[in-house]
Design a protein around this ligand. Structure first.
Ligand code: FA5
Length: 345
């Protein structure tokens, strides 16, 4: 029995040292130590050994087992090392290969437009204010001097919520909130999302964004409004851009105006390549935003004294501003998420 165990051990260790790969190694291990392995079988023969010899044989079997297990580990390391050496010798790394390009995202054109708009107004000392998108009727309409029967208050135009609140239809309610919070002077812009029940077409979307502007102080005039808007337009669209203020109407400003800029497509001439300019339809002007002097009724609603202060306000659609800037002819492109469009910015 002793010799048999010694032989199994020697043959196993010798075979393991010859094993060429991991599967051959494992086959030898199973052949010796597995359930039906030679050493396991020898162990079963213990019952025929005399009781005096049993402890010695048991010890021998255990030693043989340890020796085989150790040889398995040693040879496993040998085989893996060889394999690595072989790979290192045959594999080549071409360090001159160009690197893999990592796809980089970019800012959405509307975000970029808003960043530029706010940077220009910040230069003039305007600070950024926020207001809620869910508004009360009073902030969105009442305090802004909309009469009770104004068409904008109609269910056809405004998205009303169940609890009497509504989705703000413009950023002008932020004027009200800021004036309620601060004593004059005020110099702020308020960008944000706005909502209207408008049908979707090339220039309208039910969710769009605006930037509100408000400046209140002693002796603010229409000339100040014109100067601020002219500075903005020339910074944003270029120094040759002309502006004009055209009379208009908003319940919360008096007088009210629309600001037009000279058409960027025909440079205000009204014609392009000998034909009527398709962008401004030959007028030479494009309507950019709404503005005006704050109506005294609004000052009264927020507790300002209209005898003490005057102010101007303006509101612009960011999509419209961006459409003019990038010659985009359909507002839907901003919201479709088409990467072929977005990658151009
Ligand atoms: C207003 O919303 C006023 N609150 C602006 C204002 C502020 C005037 C302060 C005076 C003083 P208006 O309804 O014209 O005005 O909208 C302003 C701009 O929002 C429009 O010029 C347009 O660019 C944009 N706009 C309006 N409706 C939509 C829409 N459905 N989709 C995309 N843009 C829109």
């Amino acid at each position: 029995m002793r010799e048999q165990i010694e032989q199994i051990r020697q043959e196993a260790v010798a075979a393991l040292s010859q094993a060429a790969d991991l599967s051959a190694l494992d086959a030898i291990r199973v052949g010796v130590l597995g359930k039906k392995g030679s050493l396991t079988a020898a162990l079963r023969g213990m019952k025929d050994v005399s009781p005096e010899e049993r402890p010695l044989i048991g010890q021998l079997v255990n030693e043989a087992k340890d020796a085989v297990e150790q040889a398995v580990e040693l040879n496993k390391a040998r085989i893996v090392r060889r394999q690595r050496e072989r790979e290192a010798a045959t594999e080549r790394v071409d360090v001159s290969l160009p690197g893999r390009k990592i796809a980089r995202g970019s800012l959405h054109p509307l975000t970029e437009t808003l960043d530029e708009i706010s940077a220009i107004f910040e230069k003039m000392g305007f600070v950024w204010e926020d207001g809620p998108e869910v508004e009360t009727d009073w902030h969105n309409f009442g305090a802004l001097n909309f009469p009770p029967d104004h068409p904008a208050r109609d269910e056809q135009d405004t998205l009303f919520l169940e609890n009497g609140l509504l989705l703000r239809t413009h950023t002008s309610p932020v004027q009200v909130r800021v004036m309620q919070r601060h004593r004059p002077p005020v110099r702020m812009i308020a960008p944000g999302w706005t909502y209207r029940k408008d049908a979707i077409d090339a220039t309208h979307y039910p969710m769009f964004s605006q930037v509100e502007g408000l400046l209140v102080d002693k002796n603010v005039t229409l000339g100040d409004l014109r100067g601020v808007l002219k500075f903005f337009v020339r910074e944003f669209y270029g120094p040759q851009t002309e502006i004009r203020l055209r009379p208009s109407f908003f319940p919360f400003t008096e007088p009210s105006a629309e600001l037009d800029i000279s058409c960027f497509a025909c440079r205000g001439t009204g014609s392009r390549d000998g034909k009527v300019c398709p962008v401004c339809k030959g007028t030479g002007w494009k309507e950019l935003l709404g503005a005006g002097m704050v109506d005294p009724a609004v000052f009264q609603a927020v507790g300002y004294d209209p005898e003490e202060v005057t102010g101007f306000a303006f509101g612009m659609g960011i999509e419209r501003i961006a459409m003019f800037r990038y010659a985009v002819d359909d507002i839907r492109l901003f919201f479709d998420g088409d990467l072929r469009f977005l990658r151009q910015f």
